[in-house]
Design a protein around this ligand. Structure first.
Ligand SMILES: Nc1ncnc2c1ncn2[C@@H]1O[C@H](COP(=O)(O)OP(=O)(O)OP(=O)(O)O)[C@@H](O)[C@H]1O
Ligand SMILES: [Mg+2]
Length: 485
């Protein structure tokens, strides 16, 4: 077979060296392989039809994985990788299936058409992409991909985790894919650098931790990048918050209140922050600081920064705090910090207090009150020795609003509370909740029933809103008009 993508030095002979054990039940030619396996089939499984079917399916998958891995090695031996970079997808797919067919024939392995097609697709993903992860990355219904070692890959759909049928051949296979990802961004992961953060080519956020720190095999977490981020209207339509809350939030952002989005992991903090940013005026200069750039601001004047960990020699780290300090010298109108989790809290609060009104960030916390404690802890951890009252009054004058995002037990993500910070009473920060999600029950399908409601408290910032031209009707603060959730 002639091919411009095929290495000239190694022909089919090289492929023939790849050890692939022919598997009996796929080989139509009379074969002597594995007679013992048939004899050893357990009685109990034979009696029950389903386990046998499941067993067969599992074996088929194992066999396909094995064939694929061996073929992949053979392909890498055979393909001219340099020429491959410029090949069109059609050429490359054709090439892969031709080489695969040739190798299968040499090994005497016969596959039906569907299996062959699947194998070719998977080989293509192995050669050009991220192997078994590729189908999940392309599946738009998947939000998160969570790998717990080679045999267990979970995905999150609509807020719920489910076990996928994707597996890796073994830990080596998984490691090879991880390595492919991290080396593409100039990083390394091995025993001495066992964890890494990276961004995939499509913008997805990627974290991996490899053995021995990861005890049962490499752990990989991917937060898929959504090209079309959920906007305010989408979130209202999904029941993430009510129209009244959206109107209130628009006034809050436009009139430059400092806002913290608080929530647990995967609760929708970044999505909320991104949606809130749509209320910022196009004329403003916005600087964003993130560990992995996820925000997609619609404004024209946006400067994006990404912090980074030290390289393998322990050099070159740029912390969120470094970014923030620099940002303050870049004449921002607003600063948006993807997540505040450490010493950068000091600069964030200072920025909020000193002329960068309308700044926003997120924190990991379960309620507004809890969020305040988190901020206090971060300040203490940053080594700032200040009396607690002074710390609290700093926080109270910096932060105007805490928006709580939650992932509820049915997987739905909702804004469960909007709370204003109104000042200090003695040593305590005073707050008032303006809107909340009122849960009332559960459907037989375990979906949460509830509605958004105002608490009846009028906003502390009503006058400010009015002066800036956001004259919200008093009715939006009326708790007797619950919005269906
Ligand atoms: N209201 C919503 N309805 C449906 N899906 C949502 C909603 N909010 C967020 N999502 C989806 O949930 C996933 C997690 O959201 P997001 O990244 O905003 O969470 P996060 O709290 O920032 O997570 P992390 O703590 O990992 O940074 C994303 O895939 C996002 O598209
Ligand atoms: Mg986030």
């Amino acid at each position: 077979m002639f091919s411009r993508y095929k290495k000239t030095s190694s022909g089919p002979a090289a492929a023939a060296r790849v050890p692939v054990a022919p598997i009996a039940d796929a080989d139509p030619a009379p074969s002597t392989a594995k007679p013992a396996a048939t004899l050893r089939r357990p009685m109990t499984q034979k009696a029950a039809g389903e386990p046998v079917a499941m067993d067969k399916e599992r074996k088929r998958r194992e066999r396909m994985a094995e064939i694929k891995l061996d073929l992949h090695r053979a392909l890498l031996d055979n393909l001219n990788l340099a020429a491959l970079e410029h090949a069109s997808e059609k050429d490359l797919r054709g090439e892969i299936s031709a080489i695969a067919a040739e190798i299968l024939e040499e090994k005497g392995i016969v596959l039906n058409r569907d299996d062959r097609q699947q194998l070719n697709n998977e080989l293509y993903d192995e050669v050009t992409g991220l192997g078994p992860l590729e189908t999940l990355l392309q599946d738009d219904t998947v939000n998160d991909i969570l790998v717990n070692g080679p045999q267990q890959v979970f995905v999150e759909r609509e807020g719920k985790l489910e076990l996928s049928d994707v597996t890796f051949k073994d830990e080596r296979h998984l490691l090879r894919i991880i390595d492919k990802i991290v080396s593409a961004v100039g990083r390394r992961v091995d025993e001495s650098n066992p964890y890494v953060d990276a961004r995939l080519a499509d913008g997805s956020r990627f974290n991996a931790m490899v053995p021995p720190v990861a005890v049962d095999g490499s752990l990989v977490s991917i937060r898929k990048f959504k090209k079309d981020k959920l906007g305010i209207d989408d979130l209202v339509n999904f029941g993430a918050f009510s129209e009244e809350m959206a109107a209130y939030l628009q006034a809050a952002v436009a009139t430059r209140l400092n806002i913290i989005v608080s929530g647990g992991t995967g609760s929708g903090k970044t999505t909320t922050l991104n949606a809130l940013s749509s209320f910022i005026d196009n004329a403003e200069r916005i600087l964003t600081i993130e560990d992995t750039a996820e925000l997609q601001l619609q404004q024209i004047h946006v400067g994006r920064m990404e912090s980074r960990p030290p390289n393998v020699e322990g050099k070159g780290a740029v912390s969120p705090r470094d970014c923030l300090k620099n940002a303050l010298r870049m004449r921002p109108d607003r600063i948006i910090v993807g997540e505040t989790r450490g010493e950068e809290v000091i600069d964030m609060l200072q920025a909020m207090n000193t002329g960068h009104d309308g700044s926003m960030t997120t924190i990991h916390a379960n309620s507004a009150r809890d969020g305040i404690s988190r901020l206090e802890n971060m300040i203490a951890m940053a080594g700032i020795e200040m009396p607690i009252k002074a710390v609290r009054s700093q926080i109270a004058s910096a932060v105007n609003l805490i928006v709580q995002a939650s992932r509820l037990q049915d997987g739905s993500r909702r804004m469960t509370s909007i709370t204003e910070i109104t000042g200090m009473e003695g040593e305590v920060i005073s707050m008032q909740e303006i809107f909340r999600f009122q849960r009332v029950g559960l459907t037989p399908e375990n979906r949460i029933i509830g509605h958004f409601t105002a608490t009846g408290v009028r906003s502390h910032y009503s006058e400010r809103f009015r002066m800036w031209g956001y004259d919200l009707p008093a009715s939006i603060y009326d708790p007797t008009r619950p919005e269906a959730g």
